[in-house]
Ligand binder design. Structure first.
Ligand code: SAM
Length: 286
């Protein structure tokens, strides 16, 4: 039985990176009238109460979103994400934050009548929360089943437009290669989709192995147009714990690299310290 609960981590620096990129990608997708699929392989609970025992126990959001929400010099590309947090917390100027959106709630902000949302989650408690969160959300389809299989079963979407978020807990080491392999397989079915894969920097060689799996070309791997963005709070170490976080993005919106080159130095200055660093790298050309 898996024990990971995202409620401990909601709103931390890794969520700030992941969800700010997700807002930019979804915002870009909605500039065209034609509908699209949003597929979230590992959805979590949907929405998080920051006053609950989980968030309060770790206090991770206090070193993440809480440090940004009242800043007056937010870069333009981070603003849609900050606006979403403020919409959910109308008193955030004077009070503590109370709600933090998980990836399904970020998606809900953008999805239109012509779009459809497909959410996978395995944990028995989080699936209940997710079902509650999606109650009355037409065109949101929630399944308590394996998200890796779920993604592959939905591609290509009928509209031939889609965004896939793969955000595993990495409780099992196999998640590192399973996540990349799922994108490689998904790409062979639907090469024009946008794929976002979140990863933690816990051991650098695990991230390097993911990178090699994407960039080492073979008959089954034809992935092109791969961007990597990464934000590390501190230098790599062999000690236990997450020192940084990153995303691999296949077929990003064309301005995303530039937008992240604007957002990441800001995150480093506001959330980091003198050991912090960031990367924006086009790993495979278009
Ligand atoms: N995407 C969420 C967000 O951004 O708000 C956070 C997801 S959390 C990092 C990972 C979730 O994946 C956990 O809730 C866990 O229960 C779920 N999970 C683990 N293995 C899974 C699998 N094979 N298929 C679907 N969900 C899974």
């Amino acid at each position: 039985m898996l024990s990971y609960r995202h409620a401990f981590h909601a709103g931390n620096f890794a969520d700030v990176l992941k969800h700010s990129v997700l807002t930019l990608v979804l915002d870009y997708m909605t500039r065209k009238e034609k509908g699209f699929h949003y597929i979230d392989s590992h959805s979590g609970a949907g929405m998080y109460q920051l006053a609950d025992e989980y968030s309060q126990k770790t206090g991770e959001y206090k070193a993440g979103i809480a440090k940004l929400v009242n800043e007056l010099d937010i870069p333009e590309a981070l603003q849609p994400y900050i606006d979403l947090i403020n919409e959910l917390n109308p008193d955030s100027g004077s009070n503590e934050l109370t709600l933090y959106p998980g990836s399904p709630a970020v998606a809900k902000r953008y999805m239109r009548r012509q779009d459809s949302t497909h959410l996978f989650e395995l944990h028995p408690t989080d699936i209940e929360h997710l079902n509650e969160f999606c109650y009355r959300w037409k065109k949101a389809f929630v399944k308590q089943s394996d998200g890796y299989q779920g993604v592959l079963g939905l591609l290509p979407p009928p509209s031939r437009r889609g965004v896939v978020l793969i955000d595993p807990p990495y409780e099992l080491k196999e998640d590192y290669h399973k996540a990349v392999n799922t994108i490689i397989k998904a790409y062979s079915k639907f090469a024009t989709g946008t794929y976002i894969l979140w990863y933690p920097v816990v051991k650098r060689d695990l991230v390097e192995a993911m990178k090699s799996a994407f960039t080492n070309k073979n008959a089954n791997n034809n992935v092109k147009n791969l961007l990597q963005v990464e934000f590390c709070l501190s230098a790599d170490t062999n000690e236990y714990g997450m020192t940084g976080t990153g995303l691999f993005i296949v077929n990003p919106p064309w301005q995303l690299a530039q937008q992240m080159a604007e957002v990441l130095p800001y995150l480093r200055d506001k959330l980091g310290n003198n050991e912090s660093s960031f990367t924006v790298a086009q790993l495979i050309a278009e």
